[in-house]
Write a protein of this length. Structure first.
Length: 406
């Protein structure tokens, strides 16, 4: 049995929320903007304006400000948010019911945070019976009969303000991260193309083929290595269990390629931001094994800087090279149809090794700053989770004048 905090009371949602409905008298030739709600508490978005006649017989309602609103189809996936003054004049279908606070018992901002906790999500899931996806429609009567335990309104408002402040900290750092990433992208465009030269270097850049500085690695996993790696755009070559929380490789890994530290692997599969696949360097582990669908290679350190190439392989320059060798026709296992020999003939333009190293140093500094900021953002997100657990469950209390010494 859960012991509720002192001065917290149990309510039915129908006691604290009232439905708001203002039907739209749709005019055929008038334009309307419909709203949508992203899952996982990501807020509202606005659809492209449409003429009234395009709405057909759909029943729609004017969006009212400062309401709790949800998508009944994906409420179980936390498709919930709050409306604002910005949405006045916009419309939503019957799938987006709106509720206002009733009897001064609940703060909408507090309620939004509550539904992002496990306890809140459990309520939405319980009110959304059925299978996955579109079959899990929230039953509004069932939802309104559900129970919630709330602190006094003033305490709710203070809790919401604390969490909102933490959100702003995260948002500010995420904006700074985006700026740092954009600066790094600019540096790469300048330094990895020779548009901007470093002081003390003036020699011509040479264009060579990949096979002039590397050799293919086809070493099979005869040693029984079980460190199965996958390529992640963000983390590079990373252990499958660490990345997916499970191993998706087959039990027999003897046909896998054995990759050693500082060797590279090319995954021909499309991923976000990498339309022509991804080339990553093994840095986290001494050895690991990868799918035989990957193209693996080792670079001669005397002929090229590994750090330089690691950065170079992240640019659009390499995409253009790979694009030029993609063969028409069906993909193999969902991968780009690229002949191995053609891959090793892609062109790379680079300066002398010493300049490569200096360029890589500058870009590594930028990477370090980005990495520190990403870790800081993750720490702030964990702090927010801890605050939500403490404050929304009543494990820690904020000062409430009504409770003081009374």
């Amino acid at each position: 049995m859960i012991m509720e905090p002192k001065n917290w009371n149990v309510y039915l949602f129908r006691d604290i929320l009232e439905r708001v409905e203002v039907p739209v008298n749709v005019e055929s030739n008038k334009k309307y903007v419909q709203i949508g709600i992203r899952s996982h508490g990501k807020g509202l978005f606005y659809k492209e304006p449409v003429l009234g006649k395009a709405l057909g017989n759909k029943q729609v309602f004017w969006i009212q400000p400062n309401c709790f609103i949800l998508n009944v189809v994906f409420a179980w996936e936390q498709a919930i948010t709050k409306t604002t003054e910005n949405e006045i004049g916009m419309i939503g279908s019957h799938r987006f019911p709106m509720y206002r606070p009733k009897n001064d018992l609940v703060d909408i901002d507090y309620l939004i945070y509550y539904f992002l906790t496990k306890r809140g999500t459990d309520i939405l899931e319980a009110a959304s019976p059925g299978g996955a996806g579109r079959n899990r429609t929230l039953g509004q009567e069932r939802f309104l009969k559900s129970k919630i335990t709330l602190p006094p309104l003033s305490e709710q408002q203070k809790i919401a303000a604390i969490l909102s402040t933490q959100d702003k900290v995260i948002e500010l750092k995420e904006k700074l991260l985006a700026q740092k990433q954009q600066q790094k992208k600019y540096l790469m465009q300048q330094l990895l193309t020779g548009k901007k030269r470093l002081p003390g270097f003036g020699g011509e850049w040479k264009t060579i083929h990949l096979n002039e500085i590397s050799c293919r690695n086809e070493t099979k996993n005869t040693v029984g290595n079980n460190n199965v790696l996958t390529i992640s755009a963000q983390y590079g070559l990373i252990n499958q269990t660490e990345f997916f929380d499970k191993v998706i490789a087959s039990d027999d890994k003897s046909n896998y390629y054995l990759l050693s530290k500082d060797e590279f692997a090319y995954n021909r599969s499309y991923s976000k931001g990498y339309p022509y696949g991804t080339i990553k360097r093994l840095k986290r582990y001494v050895q690991g094994v990868v799918s035989p669908l990957y193209i693996c290679f080792a670079v001669n350190k005397k002929l090229a800087s590994l750090d330089f190439l690691e950065q170079y392989f992240e640019t659009s320059i390499i995409n253009r090279e790979i694009q030029s060798i993609v063969q028409e026709g069906a993909r193999n296992h969902g991968m780009l149809n690229i002949a191995v020999d053609d891959f090793f003939r892609i062109k790379i333009t680079m300066p002398e090794t010493e300049e490569q190293k200096e360029i890589a140093k500058i870009l590594r500094v930028a990477d370090h700053e980005i990495d520190l900021l990403q870790k800081s953002i993750e720490a702030e997100k964990q702090k927010k989770k801890a605050l939500m657990q403490l404050l929304l469950m009543g494990k820690a209390r904020v000062e409430d004048e009504q409770r003081q010494d009374g």
